[in-house]
Design a protein around this ligand. Structure first.
Ligand code: PEP
Ligand code: MG
Length: 754
């Protein structure tokens, strides 16, 4: 059964449209359950009616032609109850409604299960049989399991199908929801970043020179054929005659007269080679996947492998220097810090990533760079967007295609308002961050890229609360040497000198994998991350610490900070290594003192051990991004649970307050370097909790300064008291918005453009 389930889900997953998905579903379910009828009724959101959308066994001619009102018929009953209905004799049930013409009068047994996605009923899946009998428990369990698995696939196919037909082909407006990545509005041209050779992500594009494309395709084909022959020759006598025959099959698949001819045909009709190849190969893969015979089914893998190889050659030959249009909006399946590094900053207007969430590191970098970003736009048919005009609303996490002129105009107005607001805030650049009643809070910045330095200084940063040293590591193809690191760190320290610069030791793992040091894990955020990696590799840690200490020579503004500490022993070990490096360098002639050493409080264990940690270090800094993820058990990189990730959750606020109280008791300075510090409302609460330093992305700094300069500490404390008594995140958010509005900061609140 499990195997059958898996195959059905896999097959439905490969469908290109909702219709195809539903057709595969009814056909395969009817066969798997050995019954006579399987149909799907889909709920029409506007009317609530259930439309007869696909069938195997009833009258296909009435598909899309007949429907039942909300709550009507057995289908309506299943949807209303949100539970299966299993009947021996359907027509005798009070809810039974006869739909003339669909031909169900011969069928007595009825089993209907709801298709539920994200708490809403999308439709109803029904099986029917002539024999008067109840479907048995295992049938019911099978259908429920299948429906639960298919709900996500159907929802996705429904939205993307709609966007495809209305917005891509039909040029109608469409709005696709994701999650906010970095604030701001961007109006620009989509440029698709495809990851290495992956046929499923090749953007559709026209061939500018079909002849050249055909030539390139043939060359790629020949290269792969040559590779295969070489492999076969190398293996030579180790292969049995059957294995040799398999290589011949591979070669024949690529034969110019079969698949090759189809690809060439498509190129001649105007597709570029990569697109034509992908389209043809994917069709053949589907064909094999649908076969019943398991040996033939397995051949789908071979076809995929061959297609990928040809694509890789095509991509390698096509590596012309990419010309980015002005106002490029970079769109990709999973954008990374590296993809950001490839495009000139002045061309980059926005980012859209199909995967990831607002707390992913690429989003954090985007915020630092001030690039509006939408993450987790899972329903975006992004491979179809090349060169299309798109609008990104990074405040609300939406992407707009073909907007109506008045909507586009409204977005343009928001862009203009934002520009005016930034200009107003510029006037505060050299003003201190001090409340109306004279409480001073230094505002620092989080940095990583070299570009952050200029931006930060322009925004009036008074120090660096978090220099993410992993960023320069991410942008290379090997570990930087100690001397290379020394130079990079020196540049940071010099740029801010005499202002303090807090360098965090390497924090890789989680969603920050170095391309040259891959870490493959099932639960990367609970795995080998941060200090766990560097303590297991003291040579990496020591080289980094030495580079930092040397870079600090003659400047003295370095602070060292340790990430992801969960055990006091980790802190002790790391401190030992830092002391040892310092001692050894002193013996070699270094003159600088040991810099202040601090620890990040970003896991619940550190919250509960904050006092012990505080007694061992010179400062504490809360990493609210990870602390939120670990306290709420919400993967910060997972778009599916992004709406559960709230740094203003009462439990997070409680933890933040407790750490602040402990640090005050222990007389150890406390800062925060998570994104919450860059949220004007959040910053007011942190001020009231007693945080000594707020460190944030440079883009947020002017807004936070404005927010804190326009309030009294006593008002903030009053607000904190109110908020700490609240139990719902929604109420907390609402109260903070009200507070900002009462203090003339309604411009910091961005409602969706409708
Ligand atoms: C944090 O976790 O809050 C933090 C500042 O570190 P990062 O976002 O780099 O994990
Ligand atoms: Mg962190």
């Amino acid at each position: 059964m499990l195997e059958t389930l898996r195959h059905i889900v896999q097959e439905v997953n490969t469908a290109r449209s909702l219709n195809e998905a539903l057709e595969i579903m009814v056909r395969r379910v009817r066969d798997a359950m050995n019954t006579q009828v399987c149909s799907v009724y889909m709920r029409e959101p506007a009317s609530g009616r259930h439309v007869f959308r696909a069938t195997e066994g009833l009258n296909q001619e009435l598909v899309d032609e007949v429907s039942l009102a909300a709550g009507d018929g057995l289908v309506g009953l299943v949807a209303e109850r949100g539970e299966p209905v299993n009947l021996e004799d359907a027509e005798n049930h009070a809810s039974y409604r006869f739909l003339p013409g669909i031909g169900e009068e011969h069928y007595h047994a009825f089993l209907g299960v709801p298709i539920i996605h994200q708490r809403g009923v999308l439709g109803v899946l029904v099986v029917q049989q002539e024999e008067r009998r109840r479907f048995d428990e295992s049938d019911e369990a099978f259908l429920v399991t299948l429906s639960a698995q298919l709900a996500g696939v159907i929802a996705h196919a429904q939205v993307t199908g709609e966007v495809e037909t209305r917005a891509i082909t039909g040029q109608d407006p469409a709005k696709i929801s994701g999650v906010p990545g970095a604030p701001g509005i961007a109006i620009g041209t989509a440029v698709i970043v495809s990851p290495g050779a992956d046929m499923y992500t090749v953007p559709a594009r026209e061939a500018s020179h079909p002849r050249k494309e055909v030539r390139a395709f043939r060359e790629a084909l020949q290269s792969v054929q040559k590779d295969i022959r070489r492999v076969a020759d190398n293996l030579g006598s180790e292969l049995s005659p059957e294995d040799h025959a398999l290589f011949d099959v591979y070669l024949s698949i690529l034969d110019d007269s079969t698949i090759g001819a189809e690809v060439v045909g498509l190129i001649r009709s105007g597709q570029w080679a990569q697109g034509a190849l992908s389209q043809v190969m994917i069709e053949h893969i589907r064909h094999f996947e649908r076969m019943e015979h398991s040996y033939l089914k397995e051949r789908a893998v071979d076809v995929k492998d061959l297609g990928t190889r040809v694509l890789a050659y095509l991509q390698a030959a096509n590596q012309e220097v990419r010309v980015y249009p002005d106002k490029t909006i970079l769109v990709g399946e999973e954008l990374t810090a590296t993809s950001l590094g490839e495009i000139p900053r002045e061309k980059l207007a926005g980012l859209i990533s199909v995967r990831g969430s607002g707390s992913s590191h690429v989003a954090i970098l985007a915020r630092a760079m001030g690039v509006p970003t939408v993450m987790g736009a899972v329903d975006l048919p992004y491979t179809r967007l090349q060169d299309r005009e798109v609008i990104i609303d990074g405040y609300n996490g939406t992407v707009h295609l073909n907007p109506l002129p008045e909507i586009k105009q409204r977005f343009q107005e928001v862009v203009d308002e934002d520009t005016a607001l930034s200009r107003d805030l510029e006037a505060l650049r050299d003003e201190p961050c001090v409340t109306l009643d004279g409480h001073r809070t230094p505002l620092w910045v989080n940095t990583g890229l070299m570009a952050d330095v200029t931006r930060s200084l322009e925004q009036g940063a008074e120090g660096v609360g978090l220099y993410r040293t992993e960023v320069p590591f991410l942008l290379r193809d090997r570990f930087p040497s100690e001397e290379e690191q020394r130079q990079i760190y020196r540049e940071q320290l010099e740029a801010f000198s005499p202002k303090p610069v807090t360098m965090r030791t390497l924090d890789i793992g989680g969603d920050k994998a170095l391309p040259y040091f891959p870490i493959e894990e099932d639960n990367p955020f609970l795995g080998w991350r941060g200090i766990r990696v560097t303590l297991d590799h003291p040579e990496i840690f020591l080289a980094q610490v030495r580079a930092m200490l040397k870079a600090n020579e003659g400047l003295g503004n370095l602070r060292i900070m340790l990430p992801m500490v969960c055990n006091v022993s980790e802190l002790d070990e790391a401190m030992d290594l830092i002391h040892r490096s310092h001692r050894e360098l002193r013996q070699d002639g270094l003159t600088g003192d040991l810099p202040p050493i601090g620890v990040m409080v970003e896991v619940p264990a550190a919250v509960y051990q904050a006092r012990t940690l505080a007694r061992r270090v010179d400062f504490l800094s809360v990493g609210s991004n990870d602390l939120t993820q670990y306290l709420l058990a919400v993967d910060r990189n997972n778009a599916r649970v992004a709406d559960l990730y709230h740094s203003l959750h009462p439990a997070v606020l409680q933890a933040l307050l407790e750490v602040a109280v402990v640090s005050r008791d222990e007389d150890v300075p406390i800062g925060i370097c998570g994104e919450l510090a860059g949220d004007p409302g959040g910053a007011v609460l942190l001020l009231a909790m007693g945080y000594d330093v707020l460190s944030m992305n440079a883009t947020s700094l002017p807004k936070v300064k404005k927010a804190l300069r326009d309030v009294q500490l006593s008002e903030a404390q009053q607000l904190l008291e109110e908020v700490m008594a609240m139990v719902y995140v929604g109420d907390i958010n609402k109260r903070l918005e009200e507070f900002l509005t009462e203090h003339g900061m309604e411009k910091f609140i961005h409602s969706p453009v409708e």
